[in-house]
Design a protein around this ligand. Structure first.
Ligand SMILES: Cc1ncc(COP(=O)(O)O)c(C=O)c1O
Length: 468
């Protein structure tokens, strides 16, 4: 084991994966059919990973038929300390006996959590941060951040980025770039190119572009004829998640920080997916030494999946009047106690270091495998936030979403659960619980590589026949 790695052996089901025949098994199929009768047509994950889950432990899950899977999905980046972490479960159970709901009254779990978060925040926020707990999901934190900066600046427009995902409530949807979600069209949101260097939106090359995408942000804010009024905020994911695990080049985020300061525009970093050790540091903006004005936090903040979100922001922005942003479910005491315990554990074991070490290992192995896997166009990531972009041809980079979907199915059949995302639905994504052991990770990667190989053979067959 190298520095930063730990062995979290005892946290997972063993052995894993362990399948008893074909998946989905009979009970899963029954429950999926029942779900089909009852639940909205908008449900998504069980369409691509058809399974009914019974129990989770660490980086493993059992389905209702007793099959054990390796979880490379981590509840979409929620389960950084793993499913049902024992210390977090204990903290939640203790709190549940005392108090669950408390609106925004001061309570010990809340004060403790805010004190702890403050110690972790980057730069001046460590001294000056204020917190606001709104509704329980990440989208609620985005709404709050937009409202806070709009109120503070008296401006309406917002700059977000192509490839962004910020959630499904009206405001959050307006700053989400995927037009397929049918977001509001009349909102004053302007989308700037993100440094998606594998497919540069400006058609440039990383070695000679001189970060033209950042220059465009600068000139758009400078030029009264850019068509973009001075915005209330620039809202950015330090690494884009749903957009396909897009890691900006070093220096990009700090350039955005410099530009936003120069133009007196607040910077909101959405750390909902990247936060809490996921990318090898507590928050992803730290990689570039950036201190945002506002941070949105959720997902892993609830420890093992309790819903909670908040914004952390510089006190200078705290000009909300009393009662300016309220809500019934903004004081979930169990989530706060769970979050505190989870963060204590992250710090105790240096979970960020573990994620960084295993992330490097993963990127190395996948890049080696890429030599013999023609459909793998790009391998990227930071910490345990990994993306593998699938293409029909490495020269044309034509996206291959069917390949990504097929790989996900092959992985599932072999007992590994992965996610697919990206602009074109062609990026296989790993977001495993960060407590995954090296052994489980290696097993999962091996199954993934085997699945790519099989999917390549299967999908190449019809065109090979036609060509022949
Ligand atoms: C970066 C980011 N922001 C916001 C959200 C929205 O969070 P939620 O789904 O909890 O509303 C997500 C969800 O995936 C996300 O990844």
């Amino acid at each position: 084991m190298s520095q930063g790695e730990h062995n979290f052996e005892e946290l997972h089901f063993k052995p894993a994966p362990a399948l008893d025949g074909e998946v989905p098994g009979p009970r899963s199929r029954e429950m999926l059919a029942e779900q089909d009768e009852l639940e909205s047509n908008a449900r998504s994950y069980p369409r691509s990973v058809p399974v009914a889950i019974e129990e989770g432990r660490g980086a493993t899950m059992k389905d209702v038929d007793g099959n054990t899977f390796v979880d490379f999905f981590g509840g979409a980046g929620v389960l950084n300390v793993g499913h049902s972490h024992p210390a977090v479960l204990q903290a939640a159970a203790d709190q549940e006996k005392k108090l669950v709901h408390a609106l925004d009254f001061p309570t010990r779990p809340k004060l403790r959590l805010m004190g702890q978060l403050k110690e972790l925040l980057p730069g001046r926020l460590r001294e000056s941060a204020r917190f606001h707990f709104g509704g329980p999901t990440g989208s609620d934190a985005i709404e709050a951040a937009l409202k806070l900066t709009r109120g503070h600046t008296g401006r309406d427009a917002v700059i977000a980025f192509q490839g962004s995902y910020h959630g499904m409530t009206t405001g959050a949807l307006s700053v989400t770039s995927d037009v397929g979600f049918g977001g509001p069209t009349a909102s004053p949101v302007h989308f700037m190119p993100y440094p998606y260097c594998y497919r540069c939106p400006l058609g440039l090359k990383p070695d000679s572009c001189e970060m033209a995408c950042a220059t465009l942000l600068d000139t758009s804010l400078e030029d009264p004829h850019s068509g973009i009024p001075k915005p209330a905020a620039v809202l950015i994911e330090p690494i884009q998640g749903e957009g396909g695990t897009i890691v900006p080049p070093d220096g990009y985020l700090s350039e955005v920080r410099r530009i936003t300061r120069k133009h007196d525009v607040p910077l909101i970093c959405d750390e909902i997916q990247t936060g809490f050790a996921r990318t090898g540091t507590m928050f992803a903006c730290e990689h570039d030494g950036v201190q945002p004005d506002v941070m949105t936090l959720s997902k892993a903040l609830g420890g093992i999946g309790y819903p909670i979100s908040c914004i952390a922001y510089d006190a200078e922005f705290d000009d909300w009047k009393p009662g300016a942003h309220i809500g019934t479910f903004r004081g979930h005491q169990v989530a706060m106690a769970a979050g505190f315990a989870a963060i204590e554990f992250m710090r105790e074991v240096d979970l960020a270091g573990h994620a960084a070490a295993l992330g490097e290992l993963t990127l190395g192995l996948l890049r080696d495998a890429q030599d013999t896997l023609p459909s793998v166009g790009d391998v990227r990531g930071r910490g345990l936030m990994i993306g593998i972009e699938l293409v029909k041809d490495r020269d044309t980079k034509e996206p291959w979403p069917e390949m990504a979907a097929r790989i996900r199915t092959e992985c599932f059949r072999k007992g590994v659960i992965i996610e697919v995302g990206g602009h074109f639905g062609n990026v296989a994504r790993f977001l495993p619980p960060l407590v995954i052991t090296r052994e489980l990770l290696l097993t999962g990667i091996e199954i993934f590589v085997e699945s790519v190989r099989e999917a390549e053979q299967a999908l190449a067959r019809p065109s090979a026949l036609i060509a022949g």
